[in-house]
Design a protein around this ligand. Sequence first.
Ligand code: 1GP
Length: 252
Amino acid sequence: NRIYQSLLQHKEKGQKSFAVLIDPDKVTVEKIDELTALAIEARVDYLLVGGSLVVTNRLDEVVQQIKKNCNIPVILFPGSPSQITPYADALLYLSLISGRNAELLIGQHVISAPFVKQSRLEIISTGYMVIDGGAPTTVSYISNAAPVPADKNEIAMCTAMAGEMLGMKLIYMDAGSGAKRPITESMIEKVAQIIEVPLVIGGGITDPEKAYRNCKAGADMIVIGNAIEKDASLIREMSAAIHSVPKVSRTI
Ligand code: 1GP
């Protein structure tokens, strides 16, 4: 579990990580080449590949092209069990703990378990929490489950705590891709304080200042997709902002 260990080490040192989310539906080979060149230059920590609704079957091809170009670890962020490829390094094994849709909590995992195991990917058990992003997002619609209301910090805290106690190795709070309103720093702070495992934050982050403030509030990893799809050069500024957060080592 090389990748998870690197996440834990970063967390211990108070070092923040930046992950660029690549939607396999939206990238051409040329775009992948552009993104990976920028990601290497800007020292992006991880590349996430996936999305709630992936319609093409180019996943293998996209991941292979990324791996050809760079050594940045590729972590799958699947919207469904069909989005798995052995060419990646790791898989966020997501259980939608903010929802009450049994299929996304455990049903699909049971169906795909033999296939996932065979893939030999590093499996990172992830408590996935969708937070209301101000308007319906693809994930809130597709998941057929109510997101956590944006101002209910207590619900987010209790959900994250429960996820951690159930053994999840990572908590990922997501306002949904392209969310109108990203997750508040106050919610991030409350959740970060109450859990020990790394905290990933994404959804609707468009400016480097917000990414920086999220890290200061306690996020360990920031995921950005949409804003980079619109302007790939943002990778540089985002990476600089996230990596400039003063390191505060963890005192246990
Ligand atoms: C979505 O958290 C990710 O699942 C990233 O969101 O595309 O809005 O950056 P954006």
